[in-house]
Design a protein around this ligand. Structure first.
Ligand code: NAD
Length: 498
């Protein structure tokens, strides 16, 4: 059976004691295995990173940027192969996998501007004969721990900026779909990054704990579910590391009575069911404002859902494919049952869906709940599957309160033709990323990505200037070039510039 090995400079270590299964979600069978590493595996990666990083940091930023340009060109050249590999392990359709990779490349493109991004600040004549300058210095070794749902984009959010800034980076990708991260590390070396600058260590909690405990790791970037994000944040910071940890989500789409409902239904179909709902910026909750809006929306949503095509990930006509594995399928179906038990109206039940010829694949049909209430557990928690929940609101204020008071605060969208309502909503909603007639408001690479509340722990967002700040520390130099005459004044008093 195919083994997806670590990418560690300096060759193979001892054979792994534990392995994880990588499934083929279209067929429901194991297709490959991944070694689950431990502290000894990490130690080898740290040694290689320590050997490579000082030279890389000393390489001028323009040369580092050239490696990033070359990496981008190589990923583009291999886009088809990478997208197919991604789909084969994740289950999302190939066009969506291409999007996963291309959105990651946007961050690489941003990172190509690193000579400009790293320029510091300079103040001439801050005091008598005194100039002050500040510079951004890489942290040393950074680590990234990433989820299964964007195995290309999220690693690139992290290592694109970290490496361009002069750090070495150790990636611990999801053990469920680790092949694309491995290929990315290989391509980074082919692009000219020294061995040890981008390495991949596989594993589960044991490897994550080893990363969080290792004194040579200066910063950890995590994306995954909220409980684990919180654990990584609290453990990493307790160990003196800089940590950003993005968590789960439950994004709401507010539909105002004046919205273009045909467009809303189109947007919702993609945002709720695309990638089988396995996106942290999916829209699994829709909030129609007013009874008339709710009735009309539900009426239009039903035929749109009936038209959705579910297929294997290589089916070019499929809207979405299987979920990632059997455990996740069971979890999503469990949430559907919880919704029923809690008294929500299950209008469309996607459980029991079978794709002909792929009866063992992890497919789930689209589900629709209506009359979901804020106290229900199936509303309060993330489902992360092809399930759309309608929560009816009487008016704008109630609709605004729902996402604002939810434990998660990743993304939110409002659909309206009323500029004032949209502006008011954007200003007041207690959520990190807002879409106005945009269902999935993932910011472009030169802005930054982060939710609020239990969707993110830590102070820095991903990519954009926030990413540059996360992966560097500031050094400030105060310099004076005296003319030789002795100083006047009292040396025992804190100096002032006046
Ligand atoms: P997950 O939390 O199960 O896994 C994320 C990472 O943590 C993986 O690398 C995994 O190996 C590791 N891990 C798993 N169990 C661990 C443990 N007990 N201790 C330490 N590390 C552990 O998440 P997932 O299922 O791979 O991804 C889906 C989740 O990620 C969803 O909650 C989704 O909303 C979230 N997500 C958030 C964002 C965001 O930017 N906010 C983006 C994508 C996904």
């Amino acid at each position: 059976m195919r083994i997806v090995d670590h990418v560690i400079a300096g060759g193979a270590g001892k054979p792994a004691a534990r392995f994880g299964d990588i499934f083929d979600p279209n067929q429901g069978v194991v297709q490959a295995r991944v070694p689950l590493g431990d502290a000894a595996v990490l130690e080898r990666a740290i040694a290689a990173a320590q050997a490579a990083q000082p030279g890389w940091a000393a390489t001028n930023p323009q040369r580092r940027a050239r490696v990033m340009f070359q990496f981008k060109a190589l990923v583009e050249k291999n886009l088809d192969e990478l997208a197919r590999l991604l789909s084969a392990e994740h289950g999302k359709v190939v066009a969506d996998s291409r999007g996963d990779i291309v959105r990651g490349l946007d961050v690489i493109e941003f990172a190509c501007g690193v000579p400009h991004l790293l320029k510091g600040e300079y103040s001439v004549g801050a005091g008598p004969g005194i100039d002050i300058y500040s510079m951004r210095v890489p942290l040393g070794i950074g680590a990234g721990i990433t989820p299964f749902n964007f195995p290309a984009m999220i690693p690139m959010w992290m290592f694109g900026v970290a490496i361009a800034c002069g750090n070495a980076f150790i990636l611990k990708p999801s053990e469920r779909d680790p092949s694309v991260p491995v290929r990315l590390a290989e391509l980074m070396q082919e692009a000219g990054a020294p061995a040890g600058i981008l390495q991949v260590v596989h594993g589960d909690k044991e490897m994550v704990d080893a990363i969080l405990a290792h004194p040579a790791v200066s910063a950890v970037s995590f994306v995954g579910s909220s409980d684990i994000a919180h654990y990584v944040y609290s453990t990493g910071t307790a160990n003196g590391k800089r940590v950003q940890a993005m968590g789960g989500a439950k994004n709401h789409g507010i539909v105002m009575p004046d919205a273009d409902l045909d467009q809303v239904v189109k947007d919702l179909s993609g945002a709720a069911f695309g990638s089988a709902g396995e996106r942290c910026m999916a829209l699994p909750v829709v909030v129609p404002v007013g009874e008339k809006t709710a009735v009309a929306l539900r009426e239009k949503m039903l035929p749109a859902m009936a038209k959705l095509r579910i297929g294997i990930s290589t089916d070019a006509d499929a809207d979405y494919g299987p979920v990632v594995n059997a455990a996740h399928k069971a979890r999503v179906e469990g949430w559907i049952q919880t919704g029923v038990d809690e008294g929500a109206e299950l209008v469309v039940d996607g459980r029991g869906f079978k794709l002909q010829g792929h009866e063992d694949g992890y497919f789930i049909g689209p589900s629709l709940f209506d009359h979901v209430k804020p106290h229900m557990q199936s509303y309060r928690e993330e489902i992360f599957g092809p399930v759309l929940q309608i929560v009816r609101a009487e008016n704008f204020e109630e609709a605004l309160r729902l996402p604002s008071e939810h434990q998660y605060g990743n993304g939110v969208a409002i659909f309206t033709r009323n500029g004032h309502a949209a502006r008011e909503f954007a200003a007041r909603v207690n959520v990190g990323m807002v879409g106005i007639n945009v269902p999935i408001p993932v910011p472009v690479a030169y802005h930054s990505f982060s939710g609020w509340k239990r969707s993110a722990f830590g102070d820095h967002n991903q990519h954009g200037m926030e990413g540059v700040r996360f992966w560097t520390k500031t050094k400030t130099v105060t310099q004076r070039w005296p003319d030789g005459s002795p100083d006047a004044g009292n040396a025992f008093v804190i100096p002032t510039m006046g």
